[in-house]
Design a protein around this ligand. Structure first.
Ligand code: ADP
Length: 363
């Protein structure tokens, strides 16, 4: 079995601007709904400081090791990894951001995921280090944004949409959770947190709307007890909204694959970077100009934007040794002078072929 993300067909981030909107609950139930449809599914609990997947999925088994890699825990066929099973003491995870990033990197590259149709990544709320690391280290198929209908949640959700757009990750859509309470006795639906905000945010942002999930005590109870809501209710009743969500995610993920602004091919030919933005139309980049346009903090002052690197310090015969993709939005370039720390965003590289002017590539 292969470690890392190589044999995973679709990697989907589940994100929210605010905590407590039900992002982890949506991740778990989406995983069970995809599994019920016959797909092979994995879940990474990207919330390093506040992992909730062991509880929601209903397993606190400890992962084992094999050949220096982690064998993920499995619950009803869904593989998962979480800080909650790596550190089952229940004590707070107290670590600085670089260590949390390292933990996420290990979940991405050091786990024996094997072949999967879907890997869902339950992200912590916000648009910080973890989100950015994921966007750089994984080639995400797309992101699902979870919100509740309240104004404060919707406003912060917009930041998540913006972040994924910036790093060229397709937004598969917005889900409105806790959308209304359907009374089992009188049949009436009460929009406790209002309703319709998710759909209007989706329209405003020009991204798909994936539907509403009701506020339902059974959804809460299944999460608290670690019960598979989808199989328990045979995809009906409180589970129906998640089955419908899975259908929409599958459909939108196929579309997202078709419309990507990534290059078709990147090659290094005789020390020069060559990028085909369209099939069979390679464009060449001047290496000296590319090196001078490096956006890293060693070459450009992060605070003032002033260029530190001088043209005189670059060898005239500088060449490109190799490139490395950074998520779906850019690449790092390894130059013959040993420099490789800049991230060249595709959106900036495009149109600069055949002579690169200095520009800001930074994310
Ligand atoms: P987040 O991951 O956004 O912080 P959680 O998934 O942990 O949020 O959910 C927060 C709480 O809300 C949990 O107790 C969960 O059971 C509950 N919850 C989430 N979605 C629903 C829902 N649709 N109906 C009822 N309770 C829900």
């Amino acid at each position: 079995m292969k470690p890392g993300l190589e044999s995973i067909k679709n990697i989907i981030a589940v994100a929210s601007g605010k905590g407590g909107v039900g992002k982890s609950t949506v991740t778990t139930n989406l995983a069970f709904a995809l599994k019920a449809k016959g797909f092979s599914v994995g879940v990474i609990d990207g919330d390093i400081y506040g992992p909730s997947q062991p509880g929601l999925l209903g397993s606190s088994d400890k992962p084992t090791g094999q050949g220096g890699f982690i064998v993920p825990v499995e619950k009803e066929g869904v593989k998962f990894i979480s800080m909650g099973v790596m550190n089952p003491s229940g004590k707070a995870v107290i670590m600085r951001a670089p260590l949390a990033i390292r933990a996420l990197s290990q979940f991405l590259s050091g786990v024996l995921w094997g072949e999967l149709d879907y890997l869902l990544i339950d992200l912590p709320p916000g648009t910080g280090d973890i989100q950015l690391t994921l966007s750089q280290q994984a080639r995400l198929t797309g992101a699902v944004i979870v919100t509740t209908p309240q104004r404060v949640a919707l406003e912060i959700s917009r930041n998540g949409v913006d972040m994924f757009k910036t790093v060229n990750v397709p937004i598969l859509g917005i889900v409105e959770n806790m959308s209304g309470f359907d009374c089992k006795h009188c049949g009436e639906s009460t929009p406790i947190f209002k309703t319709g905000g998710g759909a209007s945010l989706a329209t405003k942002e020009g991204v798909p709307f994936l539907g509403c999930i009701p506020l339902d005590p059974e959804i809460m109870a299944s999460g608290d007890e670690g019960v598979n809501l989808v199989s328990h209710h045979k995809g009906q009743g409180p589970a129906k909204a998640f089955v419908d969500l899975a259908d929409k995610v599958i459909a939108n993920q196929i579309e997202a694959k078709l419309e990507t602004s990534e290059p078709k091919e990147i090659e290094v030919v005789n020390g020069k970077l060559q990028v085909s933005w369209e099939e069979g139309k390679p464009a060449s980049y001047e290496t000296f100009d590319l090196r001078f346009a490096c956006p890293c903090a060693n070459c450009i002052d992060e605070n003032t934007g002033v260029q530190i690197l001088t043209k005189e310090s670059i060898a005239t015969d500088i060449s490109v040794v190799r490139h490395q993709l950074v998520g779906r939005y850019g690449m790092s370039i390894h130059f013959s002078d040993g420099h490789n720390t800049g991230i060249y965003k595709f959106s900036k590289l495009k149109g600069l072929e055949n002579g690169t002017r200095q520009d800001s590539f930074s994310v």
